[in-house]
Design a protein around this ligand. Structure first.
Ligand code: UGA
Ligand code: MN
Length: 239
């Protein structure tokens, strides 16, 4: 089966390095279609150029967040994933859907695991919250509970990178809300998912194959500091 890898992205100094690193992972994966949903009014040339160079099958969607969500604590990547969901509904009947943010780190083994998802599969995500990992708890091969440092009155307290879905199981009712922290849970609930239907992967959720890595924000240095540094290094070199 084809894996549809859905990546929300937005313009910032870290965008090209993040997408480059992710592209180089995806280029090792057979049968993967990269859906890159761009949080801006148009599909940026920077992203298109990068996508073309991968040689991967891809779909590039312009999916700006609605104006009302441009504040500070907005739910990130929602307009993007919604746009990808409608594209999938119109164009794809068969395959696996995975939400892979542009800054995560993925082990190639994860792709082999999720490719056989029947309905919804789940697995641990590393570097999440205070516990350092967010994972389903498995007993006798079944998911019975969740280990996550922020339960937040959720039925499925999991990270966006912690599950994959068989596209046949994507109901017309499937939707993702603009509510920070509840996107994953509400989406899974909207699929009508039941706890005993979850397929635990990664050796009964005992292995971490994906990490919620974060890149430190680049801070533009002031011109003054820059010049000082340049003068100092120049002096040093001329002695
Ligand atoms: C966590 C989860 O892993 C996300 O899947 C979830 O969407 C997010 O929280 C949330 O609840 O808001 P986190 O690492 O905190 O993610 O957030 P980012 O990595 O900054 O953003 C998630 C995705 O949305 C990224 O792929 C990012 O490129 C994209 N994004 C972010 C946009 O498309 N637009 C933005 O303005 C910001
Ligand atoms: Mn992130």
């Amino acid at each position: 089966k084809m894996i549809y890898y859905v990546t929300p992205t937005y313009p910032r100094p870290e965008q090209v390095p993040e997408l480059t690193r992710l592209a180089h992972t995806l280029m090792h994966v057979p049968r993967v279609h990269w859906i890159v949903a761009d949080d801006q009014q148009h599909c940026s040339d920077t992203v298109v150029n990068l996508l073309k160079r991968t040689g991967l099958p891809y779909t590039h969607i312009s999916s700006p967040k609605p104006f009302v969500y441009k504040g500070t604590n907005f739910p990130r990547g929602v307009a993007n994933r919604r746009a990808a969901l409608s594209w999938l509904r119109e164009n794809v009947q068969d395959g696996i859907l995975y939400f892979g943010d542009d800054d995560n780190t993925v082990d190639l083994q994860l792709f082999d695991e999720i490719r056989n998802t029947k309905k919804v599969s789940m697995f641990p995500v590393g570097l999440i919250g205070d516990y350092g990992v967010s994972t389903p708890i498995v007993k006798d091969g079944k998911v019975v509970a969740f280990f996550d440092s922020w339960p937040g009155s959720r039925t499925f307290p999991v990270d966006m990178a912690g599950f994959a879905i068989n596209i046949e199981f994507l109901k017309p009712s499937a939707s993702m809300p603009y509510i920070a922290g509840h996107e994953e849970d509400r989406f899974l609930v909207s699929l009508g998912l039941k706890l005993d239907e979850i397929e635990p992967l990664a050796a009964n959720c005992s292995k971490v194959l994906v990490w919620h890595t974060k890149t430190a924000k680049y801070k533009k240095p002031s011109l003054k500091i820059n010049l000082q540094k340049f003068e100092n290094s120049h002096k040093y070199e001329s002695f």
